[in-house]
Design a binder for this molecule. Sequence first.
Ligand code: SF4
Ligand code: SF4
Length: 341
Amino acid sequence: MAEIPESIHTVAAKIDEWHEEHQEGPRPHMGASLLGHPCDRWLWLTFRWAVVEKFNGRMLRLFRRGQREEELIVSDLRAAGMEVHSTGAEQSRVDFGAHVSGSIDGIIEKGVPEAPAKRHVLECKTHSLKSFKALCDKGVREAKPQHWCQMQLYMHGTGIDRALYFAVCKDDDQIYTERVRYDEEAAKALVERGRRLTLCERMPEPLSTDSTWYQCRFCPAHSVCFESKLTKEINCRTCALSTPTEDSTWLCARYGNEEIPVDAQREGCDGHVLHPDLVPWKWLPSDDGLTAMYEIDGEVVKNGLPGATVHSSKELLGLIGWEVDGDDESPVPRVEAGVSA
Ligand code: SF4
Ligand code: SF4
């Protein structure tokens, strides 16, 4: 008799598969939630979509749970007498220009017991038990500096000088709250950091040159920094011909410095040219400004709009077969194995 499949695994696998297939692409802006990250290079690589984290279904469901918690927190705050607005689909945004922006969980107009007349920016987070304990022991600035920075940016952008950090422990539903004061100097430095990194043409220095450094060891950019030194992503932001601008757009040199719509940025075009900081090869002076010349295994390889002697970025990354024209003497470069679309 045929065995009955373990339905629980089948159901879970199907659900996770659905979430994996529907995961969102990388965000277009440099988010306030990221700007407290310790590594300039990581921020640059994520903004340039040169390293795109792909999460499994379970992680994606976990993120969804965190987002749904916001609704419950707001409902509890209202039940406790606070006036809360700009939540859920009506969230307010702060925009600092040059691609730096963020969305606020909510605004508490009044009713926070320690300062009932004061307005507060609301920031909601869920924590594992371990993280929650550290938060209770050290406070948000020390235990979760990235969250503290996020709130500084929100206060800076709204002109509200207090934030309420609301944390829930996922294991046992304990609540921790902390009122955070606006720190103008820190907030301005964070905005400047964001603008410097979004508008920077070249990849910043790494946080550490030691591949075993604790903050690098499990970083999703570890391979780009220390191993292949090669991006796996083809989109307009990994292309050497794109330029981010002060007014939060991207321009393309191949198409007369026209603005590239965000959806088009995600696909790029056939004339994509790999950014010189995202490949391990030596960059040689180009003869037309729209084609890169790389030295790969001692041979000169042209990268750009594919033609008789020019190879596409997809070919160079091994995403499609290496096309050799009859007259093409170019060598087949040895690219890092395991590169995926
Ligand atoms: S591996 Fe280290 S240096 Fe590279 S992006 Fe990650 S944190 Fe920064
Ligand atoms: S050349 Fe193509 S891939 Fe490169 S920026 Fe322009 S449109 Fe994007």
